[in-house]
Write a protein that binds this ligand. Structure first.
Ligand code: KG4
Ligand code: ZN
Length: 328
């Protein structure tokens, strides 16, 4: 069955075609329009999706030499995300349904990120833990099957990617800053003494995260050192921040793995592109840490098509949602 995946929840307009578990075409437009604002502007995002989504869909169809009537299913992100941005994707999918009649399934964006794993590692057996680290979310899920997720811990304030982006803004990098921070950190000499930024430890056995204290520590450190020192020592600050953020992610994954007895860990979401994070996870937790290629970690239509297809095949057509007890 051919599934069209549509993702418009934030600042990537993304469309992909999947034949069962195989990607036929995958196109992403990363909206450059937000760079000068240092963050995503919702109205600009909606407008850019509106201008791009049908063209991208036409391009992937052409790429795969398919016509709309060949589509067996349309899967579209329906939550969470910017309301106006989601509305563009959902309206587009419903428009296709009205014109061509294929079923449409709503997909939770977080389930989409986790589902990227099945594209890169179709043999990954369950249960596994998923560390989902993106610009909007940071959480550890236990994954027991399609639609069976238990949240073991989540951020109580900023998401990890959000912390990278905010620290990047303080240092003068354009939005989104995660990749630039990683590259800048690599320029720091191995022998440099990095400033000791704090890693939040929440009370008791909690597997929750907190990144706002780390972000504030970087802010005060920069203010104390002054603009000139900061300009000359950006690699050092980036390295210290990145190491602290990664330590917190790795510590909680290790604790979750120990508490649950599950050794298989999937690393998904935009921050999972970070090679230092991948390396640190493998160093601490071994080769049972898996991650999709970077193109499937950042927002993309293939992960949404995959999540929708798997839900559809399992007869789970109810829209998933985040319930207060932490299930996905
Ligand atoms: O999953 P994603 O594309 O969108 C959301 O669902 O949020 O993630 C985007 C986030 C941004 O915060 C971006 O700075 C971060 O992923 N990111 C990275 C790297 N590449 C992207 N963070 C750290 N290191 C990277 N290499
Ligand atoms: Zn995302």
């Amino acid at each position: 069955m051919i599934t069209l995946g549509i993702e418009t929840s934030c600042d990537e307009t993304a469309v992909a075609l999947l034949e069962d578990g195989r990607i036929l075409a995958n196109a992403v437009y990363s909206q450059e329009e937000h760079r000068m604002f240092g963050g995503v502007v919702p109205e600009i995002a909606s407008r850019a999706h509106l201008e791009k989504v049908d063209r991208l869909a036409a391009a992937v169809m052409k790429d795969a030499s398919l016509a709309p009537r060949d589509l067996g299913l349309a899967a579209v992100t329906d939550s969470p995300g910017l309301a106006g941005a989601l509305l563009v994707g959902v309206s587009f999918a419903l428009g296709l349904h009205v014109r061509y009649g294929m079923p449409v399934i709503g997909v939770n964006h977080l389930e989409g990120h986790i589902s990227a794993m099945y594209l890169s590692h179709p043999d990954l057996s369950m249960p596994f833990l998923a560390l989902l680290v993106s610009g909007g979310h940071t959480a550890i899920y236990r994954v027991d099957g399609v639609g069976k997720y238990t949240c073991l811990g989540r951020t109580v304030d900023d998401a990890a990617g959000e912390a990278f982006d905010k620290v990047g803004k303080m240092l003068g990098f354009p939005y989104p800053a995660g990749r630039a921070i990683e590259e800048e950190a690599r320029r720091a000499a191995a022998t440099d003494r990095t400033p000791p930024f704090p890693i939040a430890r929440l009370p008791g056995p909690s597997l929750d995260f907190s990144f706002s204290g780390l972000k504030t520590a970087v802010k005060y450190f920069i203010a104390e050192k002054g603009a000139e020192w900061t300009r000359g020592n950006r690699p050092l600050i980036c390295k210290a921040f990145q190491e602290a953020a990664i330590n917190s992610l790795v510590n909680n994954c290790a604790a979750a793995s120990e508490a649950s007895g599950i050794r298989r860990i999937a690393l998904v979401g935009g921050v999972a592109c970070n090679t230092r994070l991948r390396e640190a996870m493998r160093q601490r937790l071994g080769d049972t840490v898996y991650f999709p290629p970077p193109a499937l970690c950042v927002d993309n239509g293939a992960m949404i098509a995959c999540a929708g297809y798997r839900r559809f095949k399992s007869g789970l057509t109810r829209f998933p949602h985040m319930d207060p007890n932490g299930a996905l």
